[in-house]
Design a protein around this ligand. Structure first.
Ligand code: AMP
Ligand code: ZN
Length: 437
């Protein structure tokens, strides 16, 4: 696959000075448009901001949070005539109003185009047969990739998630080469293939997977690549910006190019709100640069990442986001120690006997936090001698304690014995406040 072919060569290779010039122009148009919405009218008015002279002034703009979107549900951020809205997407929280994102025709066209840009960048071509295993509906994963894939010209199979036997049947009938799938579901699918005695290498034609929508470690990616015999490309997005298409891996697979002609990127210290230099980890903050229906200024994603500092071998000038480490709101504090679930996943997935799933449970016992990790192991290990399992359990315990400095209790269970969620994986269960409910 040629490394030097691009969907939109000029924009993908735009020199940084020109890219910054374009960003400032688009940012000022966005500010002007946003100032018509009830929310930003007040926020920008208070600060007396109508436009910026330089990108260095971006920190003067107010932040926008998910709570702001909820508080101004449903139309507080809309800045076009409702007649111009073509589609809405919504992500439902567990409490309160959902957040709703509106799109005009131009928004949908731009989104489809950047999605096609992402897919092409990873090496997908019009000759590919694409099976989209993400949910279609209010969730943006299904329709987002779908429109991009059609724009690229791939034969697109809108199968949606679940029903693994049917997925496999379609893969075989239509010689699917590319899939879009949740990392957790990719692993479940691999389990079923092995149970059915189907070899991805001999019996299937898969060559690439686009994985995203949930945090996953590098180790999980490698596992998916090995079990399904393909290359897996990380795809990042969030409904507030559009959905998938915000940042994507190129063939170098070393971080996700974020389209800076579309989004202004900042990394901030989540506590102080201060902007941090490239290379330092913090919360990703994004400003839309072309969105018509619902522009957002300095939206706090709560996703933790950093901007890669080295240029990419593909030549694109748009900077890269490192793999998402977690969210500011999923950090666990266990007896005072800060732990991100992904740290646990990294340790587990480096151990060859560990299978594809795990669960993290936290309880209170005698006023102390207790961490209990359930770990699926490979099929051949579960049928092994009991002392083999005990040895493995101690090994997992010791490796985890070494990484997270908390001593967890580890219970081993057979392959594919843990309940898998229908949508994004749910693997952390914090029971500490349950007795107070
Ligand atoms: P939603 O708007 O419901 O699609 O959820 C978006 C959120 O999913 C993001 O803010 C991230 O927390 C998460 N997410 C999406 N893509 C990825 C990815 N590639 N890696 C890690 N987390 C992701
Ligand atoms: Zn690249």
């Amino acid at each position: 696959m040629a490394h030097d072919s691009y969907w939109e060569k000029e924009i993908e290779l735009l020199p940084r000075t020109e890219l910054n010039k374009l960003q400032l122009e688009r940012l000022n148009t966005t500010i002007e448009r946003a100032a018509h919405t009830p929310f930003y009218k007040t926020r920008l008015g208070k600060r007396n901001i109508t436009s910026l002279k330089s990108l260095r002034q971006v920190h003067e703009l107010p932040f926008t949070t998910k709570q702001d979107l909820r508080d101004h549900f449903p139309f507080g951020f809309l800045c076009v005539n409702p007649k111009q809205i073509l589609r809405l997407h919504s992500s439902s929280g567990t409490t309160g109003n959902p957040t709703v994102v509106f799109h005009t025709r131009q928004d949908i066209d731009t989104w489809s185009n950047i999605m096609a840009r992402c897919l092409y960048m990873s090496g997908a071509r019009a000759t590919d047969v694409f099976q989209n295993m993400m949910g279609y509906g209010l969730f943006t994963g299904g329709l987002g990739l779908h429109y991009g894939a059609e724009k690229l010209g791939m034969l697109t199979i809108p199968i949606g998630p679940g029903n693994s036997k049917r997925q496999i049947w379609f893969m075989r009938q239509f010689k699917t080469t590319a899939i879009h799938v949740l990392p957790s579901y990719a692993l479940r699918l691999a389990g079923l293939l092995s149970e059915m005695g189907i070899s991805p290498q001999k019996d299937l034609t898969l060559r690439m997977a686009f994985i995203g929508a949930e945090p996953h470690s590098r180790e999980i990616r490698l596992k998916i690549e090995e079990l399904l015999q393909l290359k897996a490309y990380n795809s990042y997005g969030l409904s507030e910006m559009c959905g998938p298409g915000v940042a994507f891996e190129c063939q170098a697979q070393s971080g996700m190019h974020i389209w800076e002609d579309q989004f202004f990127v900042e990394i901030i210290d989540p506590d102080s709100g201060e902007v941090m230099p490239d290379g330092e980890q913090g919360e990703l903050v994004l400003t839309t640069l072309t969105r018509e229906a619902m522009p957002l200024l300095r939206y706090r994603t709560r996703d933790l990442t950093c901007i890669e500092t080295t240029p990419c071998s593909c030549g694109r000038t748009h900077r890269r986001l490192a793999r998402i480490k977690g969210r500011t709101d999923d950090m666990l504090i266990i007896n005072g120690v800060n732990i991100f679930p992904i740290q646990i996943e990294q340790v587990l997935m480096r151990i060859p006997e560990v299978g594809t799933n795990y669960e993290i449970h936290i309880d209170k016992e005698n006023y102390m936090d207790k961490l209990h990790i359930w770990v699926e192991i490979e099929r051949q290990v579960s049928t092994g001698a009991p002392h083999q399992a005990e040895f493995l359990q101690k090994k997992i315990q010791a490796e985890l304690a070494g990484e997270i400095t908390v001593n967890p209790e580890v219970t081993l269970v057979g392959a594919y014995n843990l309940q898998a969620a229908d949508g994004k994986a749910v693997r952390v269960f914090d029971h500490r406040n349950e007795e107070n409910k």
